[in-house]
Design a protein around this ligand. Structure first.
Ligand code: GMT
Length: 375
């Protein structure tokens, strides 16, 4: 198939999923066209099966807001015609599903049929999309998509609860490429980060309020009182500075490493003992799954789609949002016994196999085929 993929080209989970999906589909013989405003961060393999088309938005002083949707829908029309794209898969409803529908209508005028698959990722539904300022446009574009997927059962339910949706929503979960995580422990540069054999705790996110970074730091504060430990904080976002301040106030700044954005997440996860994800809401928690694939147990909140990934008492523990004491207690429980830690690590890795891309990507292929045939 010739497939167009629209996504945010950033470090966020939706962009990562779209990029990994495109790369795998190309490996499976499909021709992939990424259409977005920058080359996606994990897209380092451009070949004759993977193409990137940049959406340019010319700056014009009249506009207070530059019209990205307009530029995107025009670019979609041109790219679909030029490369004979058979199906367009948009990741994150805002504004991609909306721009895709406009492109579809323009192409229809020329007798070209463009089926659209929309994948809902989380904040496009739970945080941003359901805001009254966006809601009518988001509902409309979901209902106008030819097929809709959500990355977890929980997100599917949230979408039906928050919007008036007439379509079926297929759950196709996020995935990871297990092969990428097959390293031997000797490859890990653990000694560099933990010279005194401290336990390594990691959190990866866009450091936004929804991730509850204060909880991450408070949990770590409690852990390091009981077990020698270091905290690796990976990502950039508005809560980075407040996080640094809190570490300073608590007197643990020397035990916390702020990495900023990183392309080497697998190397950090390789020497990690425990992953923290105490989010307010999380449709899936791709970062937790990536940790599990590296054999890292997860201490998380029991919100949204996280329980579909992290299994209480097996791959980690889940607590109510904001229950820092319970999360700290569970973390110390896992870390304070080597045999127990090893068991949780094995369980986490084992469970991640369920989400291997070889199990999930064929589900998207099937959906594309059905959507193209539906006409
Ligand atoms: O976590 C974010 O805020 C980024 C956002 C995104 O779209 O990149 O993540 C959402 O999509 C990811 C990929 O499907 C999910 O793993 C995250 O759980 C989801 N984030 C939230 O629901 C807060």
């Amino acid at each position: 198939m010739i497939i167009g993929l629209v996504c945010y080209p950033t470090f966020g989970g939706s962009g990562v999923v779209a990029t990994e999906l495109g790369l795998e589909l190309a490996k499976r013989g499909h021709e992939i066209h990424f259409i977005t405003y920058n080359q996606p961060v994990r897209l380092d393999l451009l070949g004759n099966k993977v193409h990137f088309h940049e959406v340019n938005v010319p700056e014009y002083p009249l506009f207070h807001y530059q019209p990205y949707e307009l530029a995107l829908s025009s670019k979609l029309v041109d790219t679909v015609k030029l490369h004979k794209i058979e199906v367009l898969h948009v990741h994150y409803a805002i504004p991609h599903a909306y721009a895709a529908y406009m492109a579809k209508k323009m192409l229809q005028e020329e007798g070209i049929h463009l089926p659209i698959v929309t994948t809902l990722h989380g904040t496009d539904i739970t945080l941003v999309g359901s805001h009254p300022f966006y809601k009518p446009a988001v509902s409309f574009s979901i209902n106008k998509s030819d097929a809709v997927t959500a990355v977890s059962e929980s997100l599917r339910e949230d979408t039906f609860r928050l919007f008036d949706i007439k379509n079926e929503i297929n759950v196709i979960t996020n995935f990871i490429d297990i092969d990428k995580y097959k390293f031997s422990f000797t490859d890990c540069q653990r000694g560099m980060m933990a010279p005194d054999d401290e336990k390594i705790i990691t959190h990866i996110s866009n450091l936004r309020p929804v991730k509850r970074i204060r909880d991450v730091i408070k949990i770590f504060y409690n852990i390091q009182k009981e077990v020698p430990a270091k905290l690796m904080l990976i990502g950039e976002g508005p809560d980075k500075e407040p996080a640094e301040k809190l570490c300073q106030e608590l007197g643990i700044l020397d035990k916390v490493v702020f990495f900023g954005r990183s392309n080497e997440i697998d190397k950090i996860l390789c020497f990690t003992d425990l992953f923290l994800l105490p989010s307010e809401t999380e449709s899936f928690g791709l970062a937790a799954l990536e940790a599990m694939a590296s054999g890292v147990p997860v201490i998380s909140s029991n919100t949204g789609g996280i329980p579909e990934v992290n299994v209480h008492g097996i791959t980690g523990f889940l607590s109510d949002v904001g229950d820092v004491e319970d999360m700290s207690k569970n973390a110390i429980h896992i870390l304070s016994d080597e045999a127990r830690l090893k068991q949780f690590k094995n369980n986490a890795k084992e469970r991640s196999y369920l989400f291997d891309l070889h199990n999930i990507v064929p589900q998207y292929e099937k959906l594309y085929e059905e959507t193209i045939a539906k006409r």
